[in-house]
Structure formats: C-alpha cells, structure tokens
Design a protein around this ligand. Structure first.
Ligand code: CS2
Length: 480
C-alpha cells in the first residue's frame, strides 16, 4: 500500500507497529476518517504513540472490508477548487464490526490502553427522542440492552458494558467524546449512558457519573460521501486503488470542553481548541453552517439541483442563505475569538467549493433528527423576541415538502429518515397544504409544543408550503 506512492504524497512517518490503541472510535464513517483520525494521526506523527485507533463499524462490514486489506491505511484527499493535497493516514490500527462481534468491541473499550472513546454515530445513533432528549426505551435494541448486556446492540449498551468491565478490572473510566452535530452532545451521551447503566447497576452508574467524563464538542469539516468515481480518479492518478479514501475540504475545526477522565494527546499543539464553554461554538456552527445546509438541501433536492456548490452559484440561493444567517445570527452570542462576519464569508466560500461535490440528498437525510437544533431552536428563540423568521421558516417548509417523496419534476425518491414512516402516516389523507403543516407540526418528537401551537409560525409555514407545492422550490427561492 505504501510502496508505489508518488513523491509528494505525505505518509505516516512513525513506526505503526509500535503504536498503542488509545482510542476506540464508534461509527467509523468518512467523517471520522477525515476529522478526528487526522488529529490522532498528527499526534502519532509528533511522536506520541499512544493514540492509535480501534475503529468500530456499528452496522455493516463495509468499512472493515475497505480498510482491512489496506492494513487500515487510507488517503485523505483535501480538495480546494483545482488544488488537491493527499496524505496517507495511518492512525486506524484495526476495524471491528460490532454486530458481528460485540464482545471484541467491549474488550477494546475495557483495554487498559484505551483512554478516549470518540463517537460519530449520527444524531439517531444515540437513540434519544429529538425533542425531549430521553432515551427511547420503545426502541427494540435499547429494550434488549436495558434487559441484558451480554451482547450489546446499541451505542449506550456497548459503552456501559465496556465501562462495567473496566470497573470490575479496577481500571478508571475513559473519556467519551461525542463528535456528532448535536447541541450539548456530551450531556446527551452522558444521559444515554447513565440511563442504560442505572438500569443495570446503580453503583456502576454512580462511578461513571463521578469518575467518567463526557466533554461537549463542536466538530466541523465538510466530508461528502466518497463515490466510486472518486476512487477511480484517485486510482488512475496514483496507479493503486484505495477503497478507503475520503475526500474533504481544507477547513477543519474541533472544539472540546476541557474535561477529561484521563490521558489525552497534546490537543492544543494539534490545533484542537480546548475551552470551558463549547455551547456558543456549537450554536454558531449548528445554526449557521448546518441550518443553511439543511435549507439548501431540501430546496435544492426539490428543484433537482444535485450539489451544494451548484446552489451557491445561484444569486437567489446565496441571498436566501444570507437572509437565513441574518435571522440566525441575531440569536447567537458569539464565543470569544469568533468574528461572525468573517465566519459567514468563509462559510459561503466553503459551500462554493466546486471540487467537493457535496450532494443535497446526502444532507437531506435524517431531517427529523436535524431540524430541532439547526432550524427550530433558532425560530423559537426569535419568536420569544417577537421576531418572524421567513428564511428559516422556508427551510422548514421545504423539509415538509420533502417528506412528500416527489420532487418538483414529479420524480419520486425515498425519504431517508428514521421517522419516514411517521411523517408518511401523518401526511396520509391530508388534502391541503394547511392540513399537511398541521399534521407534521403535531409530531412532538420533532416540534416543541411552543412552536407547534404558534399561530403566526403555522400561518407562515402554510404560506411557504403552498408556494412550494404550487410553484416549486425555485419560485419559493425567488420570493425568499
Ligand atoms: C451536513 C453536515 O450532512 C449534513 O447534515 O450538514 O454533515 C456538515 O457537512 C458538517 O456538519 C460540517 O461540519
């Protein structure tokens, strides 16, 4: 894998055979490989060999099958317009597939060398109700883990089984860092883990609560899904196939709450920001970057625009984004060191990066889990201040329109969302835009009561949904 690399492709400069497995990562998708793994790789490169990664696939064996034949090595391709920078990442020491061998994952979590557990399991992986944050005990896998942890099926189940084994062995707990785009992600993870632990052993739960650490984090890097075309193009260029490659942008940011249960790399030296206050960073990122992303994804998806950069090439879409940002910005308390005007300008340039090919449909996924923190919390904050939010409301209306499963050209598509059955059932039999808005607003797992009962918000949503259904997404954008 390393032989035959052209000069100019950076490769691991450390002895991989001497690396310890200090990190277990749950959910080893493209995002982890382009973000946290690059940081741990830099730690290894700087000579701190404690931070090799045991990557865990939570669903299929596909990442294992990509990376195992390559001995865990893969290329990180950083694209900025026509410029491309390629680096071989060596931090992933092995990949486990949780459904095939949950005991191996529990053993990795309980290994004395393990100090940090990072997670990118997506919003739905925490099995928390999006509106209330409670563990979804109605979920069959959660119910199974609440009853018995012999072969855990869920993220909280695996973590609790691993921590129980550490406690029994007299080891300290690890630091568990949620790297998903959720506000208070550390607190949510702690809630899921502690609810699971308490169901089994109150003393274990107390030990986790007092000795463990679940720092909040903000993660940021745009990492579109790798396509077969990306792999083919890289193979042609390098003369060797890399099925584990990931593509990304130059920008990367990781802010972590400075609260650890044990050892950690010298994060500050690696460009990671440690702070006591992550929420202002989270809010700025979720409400500006992710909020705009979701709005562009539904409007673009409905209009048949495949990629984010194609949306950003349109004057009307850029104007819509700026208006959405004006609305969101008014709800933010920027963290020290964040210049919002400069951040917005940089974000627009990141969205315009034509080399990324970031699909609107990829971002449209799992909207039920994303809407509350990206759009609804912002709208609710503005309502409290007596302000309307036309652009944010258009984004929510576009999500509603997307639930109908047919785009503006009449093409059907699957609604890829854990709540797709519930949104479809809610829409079933509704004969007007107004009825559809009411039916979807009634889903209290998504919409907080204050908003669902807000007459002005309901009216604004209905008028946007009417335009979207009657005239299409581009017509709505022109009015935004
Ligand atoms: C995107 C994010 O797919 C999505 O929902 O909005 O993955 C986004 O690219 C990242 O949060 C950027 O840090």
């Amino acid at each position: 894998m390393l032989s035959g690399l052209p000069a100019g492709v950076a490769r691991p400069g450390y002895d991989r055979s001497a690396v310890k497995h200090g990190v277990v990562h749950l959910g080893i998708g493209a995002f982890h490989r382009a973000h946290q793994a690059a940081v741990f790789d830099a730690a290894l490169d700087a000579g701190d060999l404690r931070w090799g990664i045991t990557g865990v696939s939570l669903r299929s064996a596909s990442v294992h099958d990509q990376l195992a034949p390559q001995d865990g090595l893969y290329r990180l391709v950083v694209r900025d317009g026509d410029a491309e920078d390629i680096r071989v990442i060596g931090a992933v020491a092995r990949v486990l597939v949780a459904p095939d061998d949950p005991a191996a994952v529990v053993d990795a979590l309980a290994d004395p060398d393990t100090h940090i557990v990072t997670l990118t399991v997506t919003e739905k992986g925490y099995k928390l109700d999006p509106a209330t944050g409670n563990l979804r005990e109605d979920d069959s896998d959660i119910a199974a883990d609440l009853a018995n942890l012999a072969a855990p099926k869920t993220v909280p189940g695996l973590i609790v089984a691993g921590l129980a084994k550490r406690k029994a062995a007299g080891l300290p707990p690890f630091t568990a860092i949620s790297c998903d785009n959720l506000p208070h992600n550390g607190r949510r993870l702690a809630r899921a883990v502690l609810t699971m632990a308490r169901a089994h052993d109150g003393k274990l739960a107390d030990w986790i609560e007092t000795q463990g650490a679940f720092p909040q984090t903000m993660v940021d890097r745009i990492v579109p899904a790798t396509t077969p075309g990306d792999i083919a193009a890289l193979s042609e260029m390098l003369g060797v196939e890399d099925r584990g490659m990931v593509k990304t942008e130059p920008f990367t940011q990781w802010v972590i709450e400075d609260r650890f249960a044990g050892p950690r790399p010298d994060f500050a030296a690696l460009g990671v920001q440690l702070t006591d206050a992550v929420p202002p960073w989270e809010d700025a990122k979720l409400r500006l970057l992710n909020g705009a992303h979701s709005g562009l994804a539904y409007l673009g998806g409905l209009a048949g625009v495949d990629f984010i950069h194609q949306m950003i090439a349109r004057d009307d879409a850029r104007r819509f984004v700026e208006t959405l940002w004006d609305e969101a910005q008014a709800t933010l308390t920027p963290p020290p060191g964040l210049d919002i005007a400069a951040y917005r300008a940089e974000l627009m340039a990141r969205f315009a990066n034509a080399a990324l090919h970031h699909r609107t449909r990829q971002i449209a996924m799992d909207g039920s889990q994303k809407l509350p923190q990206r759009l609804l919390a912002t709208i609710a904050a503005r309502r409290k201040a007596g302000q309307a939010s036309p652009a944010l409301t258009l984004a929510v209306a576009a999500w509603m329109r997307w639930q109908e499963g047919v785009d503006d050209a009449g093409e059907t598509y699957p609604v890829d969302d854990p709540m797709a059955d519930r949104t479809a059932a809610a829409l079933d039999g509704c004969t007007s835009s107004e009825a559809r808005v009411r039916a979807l607003l009634a889903l209290d797992a998504i919409f907080p009561a204050g908003l669902a009962e807000d007459a002005a918000f309901t009216a604004a949503l209905t008028s946007w949904l009417t335009v979207l259904e009657r005239d299409g997404a581009l017509a709505a954008l022109a009015k935004a």
